[in-house]
Design a protein around this ligand. Structure first.
Ligand SMILES: NC(=O)c1ccc[n+]([C@@H]2O[C@H](COP(=O)([O-])OP(=O)(O)OC[C@H]3O[C@@H](n4cnc5c(N)ncnc54)[C@H](O)[C@@H]3O)[C@@H](O)[C@H]2O)c1
Length: 332
């Protein structure tokens, strides 16, 4: 297929773009490099350095795209609370421009990176795709809004789409030439990279926010999904898309791990016993957020295959490579 990947220079988009190329697809990438990296791009893909707001310049009726995989977004929750306008502009207006281009060109398939953080619950059971949607911040609100816009487009025309609601993406993928594609946001807000930066001495200590939650060890429980497993789900999703239908799949490991379990696994994998500070709960942090992956398994045939220890081991290799500069990566 001829496929357009938005955000293909970023963490998850680049892993998927490489895999699409390896699977024999013809890939073009739109990315403004606001957080992505040229060095993440597959050599065989055609790259357009531009914003998704200008997507109609590339997604023309003559271009003949069979599908779009839409990863490009601003993704920092805390920033979205401070500066919601950026998120309305980047994610919603950008998403709308992309959908308009898709409609104008008659592209038949769309796979969208949504998020598990738009669900709200009491933590007593895993979130399935029918769980209540109640975004707690502007970032999650943009994902819920785009999901609704996609549903509308599918209802009105021949577009078929899949929204994949990832819980926490993590881990790193190694390319055939030895380079790593991994997670490194600036500022970093994700648990595993922060722990690994602490193990590397880039941070003095790790703060565990809240140890009095109603969980098995008192710390928050979250779901994690390896980027390589996520990548497989995108390729499977392309195969099940039907014209006029919008399907939603939650992607997580289905059980989750407490923050303390992740911390102990990082210490075991790295062999570094770094200082840990216990802090107060952070406002808005739910005790438990875990995905049900039953629908993804039943419909896509998808199951996570990589254990937490394997995910952390891959992320550790990536972070060490970044730290000592031995990876030819990931600098803009
Ligand atoms: N990382 C996670 O745990 C996670 C969880 C749930 C959902 N998601 C979603 O997955 C997608 C990819 O996330 P990621 O972690 O790879 O983030 P990332 O920041 O590494 O990648 C985003 C990419 O999009 C590009 N981009 C941003 N705005 C753009 C614009 N207006 N025009 C063109 N390119 C633009 C960036 O340069 C970057 O390459 C995002 O949509 C994110 O919301 C991620």
């Amino acid at each position: 297929m001829k496929l357009l990947v938005t955000g293909g220079a970023g963490y998850i988009g680049s892993v998927v773009a490489h895999q699409l190329v390896a699977a024999g697809h013809q890939v073009e990438i739109i990315d403004d490099l606001s957080t992505g990296h040229m060095t993440n791009l597959p050599g065989a893909a055609t790259f357009h350095r531009m914003s998704i707001h200008q997507a109609a310049d590339i997604i023309t009726p003559d271009a003949g795209f069979d599908g779009v995989l839409h990863f490009a977004a601003s993704i920092e929750v805390a920033e979205s609370v401070r500066n919601p306008e950026k998120y309305w502009y980047q994610n919603i207006e950008g998403g709308l421009a992309l959908l308009r281009a898709i409609r104008g060109a008659g592209v038949p398939r769309l796979v969208f990176s949504s998020t598990g953080s738009l669900y709200h619950g009491d933590g007593t059971r895993p979130f399935d795709e029918t769980a209540e949607i109640r975004p707690q911040n502007p970032y999650a609100a943009t994902k819920a809004t785009i999901d609704m816009m996609i549903a509308g487009e599918c209802g009105a025309g021949r577009l078929g789409a899949v929204s994949l609601r990832y819980f926490n993406a993590c881990g790193a993928a190694k390319l055939g030439d030895g380079r790593w594609l991994g997670e490194r946001h600036d500022p970093e807000s994700h648990l595993i990279p922060i722990l690994l930066q602490t193990a590397l001495g880039e941070r003095e200590s790790f703060t565990l926010y809240g140890t009095d939650y109603p969980t098995e060890d008192g710390t928050c429980r979250r779901d994690y999904v390896d980027v390589r497993d996520l990548c497989d789900a995108h390729l499977m999703a392309l195969d099940v898309i039907e014209p006029g239908r919008h399907e939603i799949f939650n992607l997580g490991n289905g059980q989750g791990f407490s923050n303390r379990q992740v911390l102990e696994t990082v210490k075991a994998v790295t062999g570094v016993d770094f200082p840990v500070v216990v802090g107060a709960r952070r406002p808005g942090d739910p005790a438990v957020s875990v995905a049900s992956n039953e629908k993804a398994h039943r419909v896509l045939g998808w199951k996570p295959t990589i254990e937490l220890v394997g995910t952390i081991a891959s992320a550790w290799e990536f972070h060490q490579a970044v730290h000592d500069g031995s990876a030819q990566l990931i600098r803009r």
